[in-house]
Write a protein that binds this ligand. Sequence first.
Ligand SMILES: [Zn+2]
Length: 190
Amino acid sequence: MSNEKILPDDAAKILFPFDVAGIRAEMARLLGIPKCGNYVRQLLDLVSRNAQPANKLVAGGDVLKVFDLVQQQRGLVRAGDTAHSALPGANFADGSIEGGNARIQVGNVRPGVAVTMDELKAMYVKSDARFCLHETLHHCGRLVYSDQEYAIAASTINGNNPPLPVPPPGPNSRFIFSQYWDAELRKSFK
Ligand SMILES: [Zn+2]
């Protein structure tokens, strides 16, 4: 293996391949942290109970099984990988399990300093697993559970502290809800 360092801007341009097994193992490790496993179960319980009746929980809310189902459908695509029909934007759940076209798009990592390829690979597995956990939770609903649905559940669990944001209507409201519940999810990783 080369010890040659890659500059941050060059690293950010690489359409980095996915280490699906490594990502899955890191997701399993996160879900195995009791705080994280419990938090995810609470979220799924609330979101699935509040969802439209047709938007049923996939695989009983077994997140790793849902991740595997996504791999059997359209799998993972890197943001910017237009040759594999990546869509504009960074991280999101595309399609649905119900539609048979579930896919997860994941953005690029830009390291803060020059890194070796091995270091970049390790950074990607860690980062990809965190995004894949969030996006797999969307695919835990047969018709996808939205960021707003997760944000409402997160605010119920945290006693509305910090308060649920009230974004202005429009396409950007999704990002505000996403940031809110993703921050709560990430608190459960440690
Ligand atoms: Zn989201």
